[in-house]
Design a protein around this ligand. Structure first.
Ligand SMILES: Nc1ncnc2c1ncn2[C@@H]1O[C@H](COP(=O)(O)OP(=O)(O)O)[C@@H](O)[C@H]1O
Ligand code: SF4
Ligand SMILES: [Mg+2]
Length: 355
């Protein structure tokens, strides 16, 4: 039985310091061909370096977003953080507690209650055979957060209203709702355990643009009301611009730039960040030549040597091909780029205004 926890929101124990800290986090996947094929056909082992040393601190109440093209390791970070994958190396701290030590322990259940995940696909993440009421009530029951059936009903009705559904919707099944409404159900379920931290992996990517805005507004409102902290994952920079406090740009399993949202969009430093920004339509950005989006993300099985971005980078030189750049502090941001460090890539002012 999971231990019962008080129904009132607990005050975080260490109210100072980051809520979440990722320390040199790595996750590799062994995707080698079967042993026999390796022996008979001489095929080599293949290891995907999905997340290859990521350091992030997420402050209480902020929205930290991860952006990057598909395959950069964003979802793997999300899954590591909520404990769906164990780390290959490195660690995760939540409110000062080391998550790897606590996995499987009684304390673990208490931490799990405090962090929840919202997935991209609300069709796949809701049990189709359960009524919405039971989908939302399940975490309340599992964590022992209500003393009676009446109290569970009150909580579920309140959660449905909070996400702009009605208590009557509780009697229905997920298939009776639109995509946006299903994502509202996922959010209500995620909030049911009164978490402090939500990991949102492309929560609006499967939705129509108009519905996306509604869900993002709801998420921001809930954040204000409950002081929630978000790790928000998206490949859509326009969405990230609106919702984030800070942004981390990922490329092939590593962070290449971390900055406050406004700084990142107005003074992007890393060539990859600049390239990503050039893909957003922006009426204000006239007069400056856009960097074409050259090439594709290379395989994370044999990532390029040195700076993994060098095959696509217009500023690459010999050093870039040999030496991997570290994420270094640069004028209030952190950037992993030799050209920035050497001062041969001056900052560039932009006027992105979220169009
Ligand atoms: N369970 C897995 N087994 C093998 N490879 C995986 C697994 N999950 C992710 N990968 C690989 O890890 C890399 C990063 O994937 P992912 O974290 O899903 O990236 P993103 O969310 O940024 O698109 C990709 O090359 C992907 O194919
Ligand atoms: S380190 Fe070199 S290759 Fe990598 S982004 Fe900077 S300039 Fe480009
Ligand atoms: Mg993903």
């Amino acid at each position: 039985m999971p231990e019962a926890v008080p129904v009132t929101r607990p005050v975080p124990q260490a109210a100072s310091g980051p809520l979440v800290r990722l320390n040199s986090l790595k996750r590799y996947f062994d995707v080698s061909p079967p042993w026999l094929a390796r022996v008979l056909e001489g095929k080599p082992r293949a290891i995907v370096q999905a997340v290859d040393g990521v350091d992030i601190e997420i402050a209480r109440g902020e929205t930290f977003s991860l952006v990057g093209e598909s395959g950069c390791g964003k979802s793997t970070v999300a899954r590591l953080v909520v404990g769906l994958y164990p780390a290959t190396q490195g660690g995760i701290e939540f409110d000062g507690m080391d998550m790897s030590v606590r996995r499987g322990s009684a304390d673990n259940s208490a931490i799990r209650r405090r962090m929840q995940m919202i997935f991209q696909d609300p069709y796949a993440s809701l049990n189709p055979r359960w009524r919405v009421f039971d989908i939302i009530a399940e975490p309340i029951r599992a964590f022992g957060l209500a003393a009676s059936k009446d109290e569970i009903k009150q909580r579920v009705d309140g959660l449905l209203r909070q996400v702009r559904l009605t208590p009557a919707d509780g009697a229905k099944f997920p298939h009776e709702f639109s995509g946006g409404q299903r994502q509202r159900i996922s959010i209500a379920r995620a909030l049911a355990s009164r978490p402090e931290f939500l990991v949102c992996d492309e929560p609006t990517s499967a939705l129509d643009v108009s519905v996306q805005a509604q869900i993002l507004n709801l998420m921001m409102e809930l954040q204000r009301d409950y002081g929630l902290t978000y790790l928000f994952i998206s490949h859509n920079l326009a969405v990230v611009y609106h919702i984030s406090t800070r942004v981390g740009v990922m490329y092939l399993g590593r962070l290449v730039e971390v900055a406050a949202t406004d700084t990142l969009f107005r003074r992007p430093r890393h060539p990859y960040t600049r390239m990503l920004l050039d893909t957003i339509p922006d009426l204000e950005m006239t007069g400056r030549r856009r960097m074409p989006v050259a090439g594709e993300v290379p395989s994370p099985i044999n990532p390029p040597t040195g700076c993994a971005f060098h095959p696509r980078c217009p500023f690459a030189n010999d050093r870039c091909k040999k030496e991997r750049p570290e994420l270094l502090a640069a004028e209030g941001t952190r950037v992993a780029c030799h050209a920035v460090e050497e001062g041969r890539l001056p900052a560039e002012e932009r006027s992105y205004a979220g169009h």
